[in-house]
Design a protein around this ligand. Structure first.
Ligand SMILES: NC(=O)c1ccc[n+]([C@@H]2O[C@H](COP(=O)([O-])OP(=O)(O)OC[C@H]3O[C@@H](n4cnc5c(N)ncnc54)[C@H](OP(=O)(O)O)[C@@H]3O)[C@@H](O)[C@H]2O)c1
Length: 304
């Protein structure tokens, strides 16, 4: 049984979600993945307009709802506004387009995918006003941020009529985001952990790592803990992220991996084990978004 976290607006989110950015896989693969995931018990799906597969995901969700396998109110669907739709009036249109793609009346969470916009001329504070309109129009139950640093979160909090419930950021054993997590926790903002395994098979990822260096899932401490609990290193990585209070959203297209990634609710790491894994933090990103380096709102120059 998947545990849940209550967001600052009372909405409940399952602590494991399926990541749906398909990377090297075809958009058709996601249909199978969502089907496997619902059958395995997943109720939380992380999507985005830019992933180009909201239609395929929506088709399966609607099929599972009409077959009586799940109820809409028991699903938690997140999607995100892309960096070319940051003007206030574009945000509502983009959200409506995503809903049309899914064939759904609302999403549970709508995120600003990046604080940066492609044309580098729209302040994300303006984008936030569009996000608030989406809530007022009942297009989404809640709104939040992704890839925002602490200063950027603060700027939003200063103007927000509706508070962000979430900041979705890269988070795994090599980049455990302790400072940003503490900062967001103090302000009632939950953290979704994207690329929970460090996106091991994504071409162009691991940009911050030397070619010989792996994301630390292969480290002896993970191996030792994995033997102790008879769980894989991937399951230990997910359990670590849950035990530090985040909501990991592993991507997989494989039925057995999808099932295994959900099979993490029958064990818990000790405080000492969490502290040992904390030491693997290197501060290196697999997703540094170098294409936005030098942009006004590039998030990763700040300390956290
Ligand atoms: N907000 C953002 O800017 C942002 C950025 C990046 C990602 N995300 C979100 O986060 C999600 C997850 O991140 P990600 O896709 O970058 O990387 P990830 O979840 O860290 O890694 C996915 C890779 O791990 C493999 N894998 C999954 N489970 C496994 C298991 N149990 N054993 C062995 N291999 C396994 C998958 O292969 P198989 O498919 O073969 O299992 C896939 O190649 C994305 O899909 C997306 O929804 C958000």
């Amino acid at each position: 049984m998947c545990s849940t976290i209550a967001l600052n607006n009372g909405l409940i989110v399952p602590v494991i979600g399926l990541g749906t950015w398909q990377g090297v896989d075809s958009p058709k693969e996601v249909e199978k993945a969502v089907r496997f995931a619902i059958d395995a018990g997943y109720r939380h799906f992380d999507c985005a307009a830019i992933y180009g597969n909201e239609k395929e995901i929506g088709k399966v969700l609607r099929e599972k709802i009409s077959d009586g396998v799940v109820k809409r109110e028991n699903l938690f669907i997140t999607t995100k506004v892309w960096n070319d739709d940051h003007k206030e009036e574009q945000v509502v249109k983009a959200c409506k387009k995503s809903l049309k793609n899914f064939g759904l009346d609302y999403v549970d969470l709508y995120l600003i995918h990046w604080p940066v916009c492609d044309s580098d001329d729209v302040d994300y504070v303006e984008t936030w006003r569009g996000m608030e309109k989406c809530v007022e129009l009942n297009l989404t139950k809640s709104i939040g941020l992704s890839n925002f640093n602490s200063e950027q979160v603060n700027r939003i909090l200063k103007v927000a009529k509706i508070k962000p419930v979430m900041n979705q950021v890269e988070c795994h054993v090599n980049l455990n985001q302790k400072k940003l997590r503490d900062f967001c926790k103090e302000r009632g903002i939950a953290i979704t952990a994207y690329s929970p395994f460090g996106a091991p098979n994504t071409p162009g990822s691991n940009a911050g790592f030397k070619s010989t260096e792996k994301v630390a899932l292969d480290s002896p401490i993970i191996e030792q803990i994995s033997k102790k609990y008879n769980k894989s290193k991937y399951q230990v990585a997910l359990r670590y992220l849950i035990d530090i209070g985040t909501i990991p959203i592993p991507k997989s297209s494989s039925e057995s991996n999808i099932k295994a990634n959900f099979d993490v609710f029958d064990f818990k790491l000790t405080l000492e084990e969490v502290e040992e894994i904390d030491k693997l933090d290197s501060g290196k990103r697999t997703c540094p978004a170098f294409q936005y380096k030098g942009f006004k709102y590039y998030p990763f120059d700040a300390e956290f």
